[in-house]
Design a protein around this ligand. Structure first.
Ligand SMILES: [Zn+2]
Length: 699
């Protein structure tokens, strides 16, 4: 794995910094339409034969296909019971107490898997309805896939029945949005079967594909075709077209849906709109939505892959119509870019609206990448080959997955604004977020840090809750819930940071970033240095007016060695502050404390600033997961927070670091010295390095 991932990174280095994605992507291309009969969208007739042969002959493919057929047979054994009404947004579907997603026990009983509380009626029942629509469109697609493997008339008949039933009532459903507003009062983002054009687009992609795959089956009458094409596929396109949304991930799925319908209906105008619309089309999105690094601009790994999944739906359909857009550099970069963000355990850091998924969760993406590009790097990321994309869109054979640790270089991540410091052994990674884009999925947490060390995340970033839950805004999206400075107990303004210094040596890496727009009249300036198992953290703040500066740090594990504390009823009444539990004000100076990380290992934290210190507990993965936090507070027109974190193995004794604060901050440990003033200077064993911006080698 190491060798192969390094090979992938070489590719990144070659195509990353040279030229811009914008310049490489044309503003328009001539569209082409399918030259063969149906199917033309998900597979071509030639591919149908190839997939059938793969299913019969490749041992890895057999169980996937058998599962598809079994699911289709199970579907045939039950009669459809399609609700003829619109559904609601899944973001509402969470437990008020625990913040976790509910599970449906029946159409009117929705149960919290944590505390068992049962919700029913209104919005909950309506989310259930939307989920049923999703299931029926998925069922249509599952049946169509079974028909590809084994063209039994009953599979096609059931696809017809489902689509024809939806066509019989789709136009009668009122437009409605996630707030419940109906008809003319509904936001443009509202839809009919669901409350969002995003979700409606997902349904349309399935409907168009399923219809296309069974198109030639004898069960369809001309009247059926007319009804499905006019009253379902075209009508759904009309719903989606009400809501053009520029470069947002929603539009990525809109485009895939409009293209899918356009190709099946042989409507060149729709196809042209999906590809070339100058403010919404696929090419526009590649020019404006993909950062130079290849990351999607919305600032979260979840939305990167969310957009990429839609782009793949688009690219595959376009390819079968004769438009190979895989050759665009921006497209290939989208497959490669996330790899450089991985934590040592092959999961992604849950920054912004991220969530902690592993690269393996996205293996279906790399099935397509390997088939289309043939790069062995992509081939190694497809395992285990157990998914629909492997069987229907993958290659017959893929390279073996090799084991071994990921070893990735430190990087300044200049395009998106995320510096990553890594140790040479590939066990530790420190992320400094100075994000350069602001979207609804980037959080107001400039200069936030996330630490992966000793086998897990140690500075915690709270998990994203269901968007409709009040604590999504009340905790997760508050600055205080993260590991960066909060001024006057207020949330940071949505703002962009700037990299001030970045440099790496054989066994060290440093990044310094500044945020001048997070608070009016305040400059935040954070420097992190990693050398082997030691991290220095210098956070300097200055303000035009007297202010209160708080630096919270959230830990996964138990803390020890803290001075005694006196309990407080609450930290403050401000949002997020009021959610902190078990608050104590420490009565002695903080000095040093340990964070137990299991198996006798610990993080030994030495604090050099003379702050007022609070100990409390805040939310981690959900509202039942309370994790310890330390909040350091300083008041005045400026503040300086200085700490050293040592990652110690069992029985290992810490170094004795020292620090001098003001005006230049100097931190020393072993033969390492860090000076943070106007310049950023690292001295290693007497050799002096001045770090400049954007990874320049310095003076
Ligand atoms: Zn609950």
């Amino acid at each position: 794995m190491r060798r192969m991932l390094c090979a992938g990174l070489v590719v990144l280095a070659v195509c990353g910094p040279t030229g811009t994605v914008v310049a490489e992507t044309p503003t328009a291309v001539r569209v082409s339409m399918p030259t063969q009969p149906h199917p033309c969208l998900f597979l071509t007739p030639k591919e149908v034969l190839a997939v059938r042969a793969r299913f019969q002959t490749e041992p890895w493919a057999k169980p996937i296909g058998e599962k598809v057929i079994k699911e289709a047979d199970d579907l045939l054994a039950t009669k459809p019971n399609i609700p003829h009404q619109g559904g609601q947004w899944g973001g509402w579907y969470s437990c008020e107490v625990c913040g976790v997603k509910l599970k449906a026990r029946s159409p009117t009983e929705h149960v919290c898997p944590k505390c068992g509380k049962v919700y029913s009626g209104g919005i909950y029942d309506a989310v259930y309805v939307a989920d049923r629509h999703s299931e029926y469109f998925r069922a249509a697609m599952d049946l169509a896939l079974a028909y590809v493997l084994d063209p039994k008339p009953a599979y096609a008949q059931r696809v017809r029945d489902i689509l024809a039933e939806y066509a019989s009532f789709y136009r009668d459903l009122p437009l409605h949005d996630y707030r419940g507003s109906i008809g003319d009062k509904a936001f443009a983002r509202g839809a009919r079967l669901t409350a969002q054009t995003l979700d409606e687009s997902g349904l349309l992609i399935r409907a168009a594909r399923a219809y296309d795959l069974v198109y030639d089956a004898s069960c369809f009458t001309d009247a059926d075709r007319h009804a499905i094409e006019t009253n379902l596929l075209r009508a759904m396109v009309t719903t989606i077209q009400r809501n053009p949304w520029g470069r947002l991930n929603w539009q990525s799925r809109h485009n895939a849906a409009i293209l899918s319908a356009g190709l099946v209906l042989r409507d060149e105008q729709l196809v042209d709109q999906a590809v070339n619309d100058p403010k919404n089309g696929f090419l526009f999105q590649m020019r404006e939505g993909v950062l130079e690094s290849g990351m999607w601009y919305e600032g979260s790994i979840g939305y990167h892959y969310g957009a990429l999944d839609s782009h793949i739906d688009f690219l595959e359909a376009a390819c079968r119509a004769g438009m190979d857009l895989y050759s665009l550099p921006a497209v290939k970069k989208m497959f490669l870019a996330p790899l450089s963000l991985l934590m040592p355990d092959r999961t992604f850091p849950p920054l912004n609206d991220g969530g902690r998924s592993g690269i393996d969760k996205h293996r279906q993406v790399y099935e397509v990448a390997f088939r289309r590009y043939g790069d062995a790097l992509f081939g190694q990321l497809v395992h285990p080959r157990d998914n629909i994309q492997a069987l229907f869109w993958g290659a017959d054979r893929a390279p073996e997955r090799s084991s071994g640790q990921l070893v990735l270089p430190s990087q300044s991540g200049y395009a998106e604004g995320l510096a990553i410091l890594r140790d040479p052994a590939g066990k530790t990674a420190l992320y400094l977020d100075y994000f350069k884009s602001t979207t609804q999925h980037t959080q107001p947490v400039r200069l936030h840090v996330l630490l992966y060390a000793q086998g897990d995340i140690r500075f915690v970033d709270p998990a994203t809750m269901q968007y409709g839950h009040p604590m999504h805004e009340g905790w997760g999206r508050q600055t205080f819930a993260h590991n960066t400075v909060v001024v006057n107990e207020e949330i940071q303004a949505s703002s962009m940071g700037e990299l001030k210094a970045f440099a790496t040596g054989d066994d060290w890496a440093i990044a310094r970033a500044e945020a001048a727009g997070a608070y009016k009249g305040v400059v935040l300036d954070r420097t992190v240095l990693m050398r082997h198992n030691v991290i220095a953290d210098v956070f300097r703040c200055s303000a035009d007016a007297e202010s209160t500066f708080d630096l919270p740090l959230h830990f996964r594990d138990a803390l020890s060695g803290l001075p005694a504390g006196e309990p407080l009823p609450r930290l403050s009444d401000k949002p997020a502050y009021r959610e902190a539990k078990d608050v104590k004000r420490l009565t002695g100076p903080l000095g040093s404390f340990s964070v137990a990380t299991g198996e006798g290992r610990r993080i030994y934290v030495t604090v050099f600033d003379k702050s007022e210190v609070f100990e409390a507990r805040g939310y981690g993965n959900d509202l039942t997961d309370l994790v310890p936090m330390i909040v350091r507070r300083q008041k005045g027109k400026g503040a300086v927070f200085v700490a050293v974190y040592q990652l110690l193995e069992k029985g290992e004794e810490p170094l004795k670091p020292s620090a001098k604060i003001s005006p230049t901050v100097v931190v020393s440990f072993g033969d390492t010295r860090l000076a943070v003033g106007d310049d950023t200077v690292v001295t290693i064993a007497g050799a002096r390095h001045v770090a400049g911006a954007e990874g320049s080698p310095g003076k």
